[in-house]
Design a protein around this ligand. Structure first.
Ligand code: S3P
Length: 415
C-alpha cells in the first residue's frame, strides 16, 4: 500500500484561534475563511460567544462581530485546548473581564502558572487550583511589565502581549528562543502598536480599535506533517500537499524531512496576508537519522511525535534533546511516544528531555494508548502503515481535537 494523491488542509490551528480572538477585539464585522475544523478552535469560539461576541457561519466563512466583551454568566469551558485557555486568560485580563476558566481532565492537569505569574506581576487578581484550572480572574488595573519568559512558548508570549493591550504602559516579552510569531504578525497587521526586535516584542496599550479581519487561514502545517510522513515512509508513495503555511517559525518539521534526505520539494511558494504559503511534494525515499537540538525544538514542537515515527524508519541514531516541554502537552508526549514505540518493537530510550531511537526497525502492530492526545493518535496511525499487524488505538476519536477528517482523508489517499 502506498500514499498517493493531493490534499489540502483546514486552516492552521494557531492562526485560527487568533483570528477569532483578534476579530473579537476589532471593530465591526470580520470574515474568516478556512477556519480549523478541530474541536479546540470550537472551544475558543464558544468562549468568545459566552463573553458577548457574536459569531456566525456564512457558507464556508465565519463572521465575527467584535469589540464589546462582557462577563460570561457561566464558566468558560476550554475543553482540551491550552491555546484557548492561555491566550484568553491574557486577552480577557486586558479587557477587564471577570471569568472562570475550566477544562477537561488533561487541560486541568496542565501548568497555568506560566501565564498567571506574569499576569499577576501586571496586577491581575485571580484564584487558581494550585496554578491549574479552574481559574477565576477578577477585573484589575494592569501595569505594563518587561517579562523575561523562562520558556520559549508562543502561548506565554501571546498571553502577556494580549494583556498588554489593556495595560497602563508598554509591555514587553523576551523569550529564550523564538516561538511561533503569529500573534505579533497578526496584531501588527491589524494596527496594534507592536514592535519585535530579535527575541523581544513590545506592545503599547490599545488606544484605537483594531481593523477588522478579512482572511483565509493557510492550511495547517502540523496536520500536513502526518501526511508528509506517511508518504515519506511508505514505499511507492507520492503526495502533493496544497496551501500549507510556510511561516519560518513553523517549518522545522519540513526542514527535518529534508535533512533526513526524504524526497521533499517545494513546488510553489507565495505570500498572503503577511504569511508564506506553499505547495509541497513528498515522495518515498530511504531516510537518514537526525539529531534535533534545543534551539530547533520550538519550530517543530507539535511534530515531535511524528518525527519519532520517522526516526524508527531512518538509518542510524535519531536523537531529540531539549524537548522537556513535551512532558506538559496534551499528555506527557515523551512517555507516550516511548511507551507505544516500545510496544511496537522499536529500539527507543527515554530521556528526561527527549529520546534516542536506533533505526531502522520493522515495527509490529500493537494496542496503542493515545492518552486522549490527538497527535499521539495520528502519529501512531501513520506508524501502523509500515507495521506488521494492526495498530489499534484505544481512543481514535481524539483526532477531532485538531483534524476530525483525519481517518477519511488518509483512507482516501491509500492506494
Ligand atoms: C501554540 C503554541 C505551542 C504549541 C501549541 C499551539 C500556539 O505551545 O505546542 O500546540 O498556538 O500558540 P507552547 O507555546 O506552550 O509551546
Amino acid at each position: 500500500m502506498a500514499i498517493k494523491g493531493e490534499i489540502s488542509f483546514p486552516g492552521d490551528k494557531s492562526i485560527s484561534h487568533r483570528s477569532l480572538m483578534f476579530a473579537a477585539l476589532a471593530d465591526g464585522e470580520s470574515r474568516i475563511s478556512n477556519l480549523s475544523t478541530g474541536a479546540d478552535v470550537q472551544s475558543t469560539r464558544k468562549c468568545l460567544e459566552a463573553c458577548g461576541i457574536k459569531i456566525w457561519d456564512n457558507g464556508n466563512d465565519v463572521i465575527v462581530k467584535g469589540r464589546k466583551f462582557s462577563d460570561p454568566n457561566l464558566p468558560l469551558d476550554c475543553g482540551n485546548s491550552g491555546t484557548t485557555t492561555r491566550l484568553l486568560l491574557g486577552l480577557l485580563a486586558g479587557q477587564g473581564i471577570n471569568a472562570t476558566f475550566i477544562g477537561d481532565e488533561s487541560l486541568s492537569s496542565r501548568p497555568m502558572n506560566r501565564i498567571l505569574d506574569p499576569l499577576s506581576q501586571m496586577g491581575l487578581k485571580y484564584k487558581s487550583n494550585n496554578g491549574k484550572l479552574p481559574i477565576t480572574i477578577y477585573r484589575s488595573e494592569l501595569n505594563g511589565i518587561k517579562y523575561d519568559s523562562p520558556v520559549a512558548s508562543a502561548q506565554i508570549k501571546s498571553a502577556v502581549l494580549l494583556a498588554g493591550l489593556g495595560a497602563e504602559k508598554d509591555t514587553s516579552v523576551t523569550e529564550p528562543i523564538l516561538s511561533r510569531d503569529h500573534t505579533e504578525k497578526m496584531l501588527k497587521g491589524l494596527g496594534a502598536n507592536l514592535t519585535s526586535n530579535g527575541l523581544t516584542s513590545t506592545i503599547s496599550p490599545l488606544t484605537t480599535t483594531l481593523s477588522n479581519l478579512n482572511m483565509t487561514v493557510p492550511g495547517d502545517p502540523s496536520t500536513a506533517s502526518f501526511f508528509a510522513a506517511a508518504a515519506a515512509i511508505t514505499p511507492g508513495s507520492e503526495i502533493i500537499l496544497q496551501n500549507v503555511l510556510r511561516n519560518p517559525t513553523r517549518i522545522g518539521f519540513f526542514d527535518t524531512l529534508q535533512k533526513m534526505e526524504a524526497g521533499i520539494e517545494c513546488l510553489d511558494q507565495w505570500e498572503d496576508s503577511g504569511e508564506s504559503i506553499g505547495t509541497l511534494k513528498v515522495t518515498h525515499q530511504s531516510l537518514n537519522a537526525i539529531t534535533i537540538h534545543d534551539d530547533e525544538v520550538p519550530s517543530l514542537i507539535d511534530e515531535l511525535p511524528i518525527i519519532s515515527i520517522l526516526g524508527t524508519q531512518a538509518q542510524g541514531v535519531t536523537e531529540v534533546r531539549g524537548a522537556e516541554e513535551l512532558r506538559v502537552k496534551e499528555c506527557d508526549r515523551i512517555h507516550a511516544i516511548c511507551k507505544n514505540l516500545n510496544k511496537m518493537g522499536a529500539d527507543i530510550r527515554e530521556l528526561k528531555d527527549g529520546f534516542i531511537i536506533n533505526g531502522p526497525t520493522k515495527l509490529k502492530g500493537a494496542k496503542i494508548e493515545t492518552f486522549h492526545d490527538h497527535r499521539i493518535a495520528m502519529a501512531f496511525t501513520i506508524a501502523g502503515l509500515v507495521a506488521d499487524g494492526d495498530v489499534v488505538l484505544d481512543f481514535p476519536e481524539c483526532v477531532s481535537i485538531s483534524y476530525p477528517e483525519f481517518f477519511n482523508q488518509l483512507d482516501r489517499l491509500k492506494s
